[in-house]
Design a binder for this molecule. Structure first.
Ligand SMILES: [Zn+2]
Ligand SMILES: [Zn+2]
Length: 125
């Protein structure tokens, strides 16, 4: 699988019971929304899984017209109403999400990130 943002290879990383695909270049993460939920409750996931440079992640966050690396369909932009500064890409087909480096850490520490379905779709302001 190729990273939709920087075209480097995505590698599968397993930590305890969760598995994510992580880009070997920009360190973006690709996983199912419930995996994010699981990782939020797990100790040290932000250090082990989201070990990319948030500054680099911010640069890649500007690239927002990407395709799902699995389904090759355009991904939707979604944002958390609680944390409107965080924008993720979600696949309308497999519903997996792409997080830039540093975004998971942001989510884990700053949010309630309550219900995925409450998220709104839209254009980045
Ligand atoms: Zn990448
Ligand atoms: Zn997909």
């Amino acid at each position: 699988m190729e990273c939709p943002k920087c075209s480097n290879a995505m590698e599968s990383r397993t930590f305890k019971e969760v598995t994510v695909d992580r880009c070997t270049g920009c360190r973006g993460l690709f996983c199912a929304p419930d995996t994010i939920e699981k990782m939020k409750g797990m100790w040290m996931t932000e250090a082990v899984i989201d070990m990319g440079d948030a500054t680099v992640g911010k640069e890649y966050n500007k690239i927002d017209d990407i395709q799902c690396p699995e389904c090759q369909v355009a991904m939707d932009k979604i944002s958390d109403p609680e944390q409107p500064h965080i924008w993720l890409e979600a696949c309308p087909q497999c519903s997996k999400v792409f997080l830039d480096a540093g975004e998971f850490t942001d989510i884990k520490f700053n949010t309630v990130f309550d219900r995925y379905r409450d998220w709104r779709k839209g254009k980045r302001a």
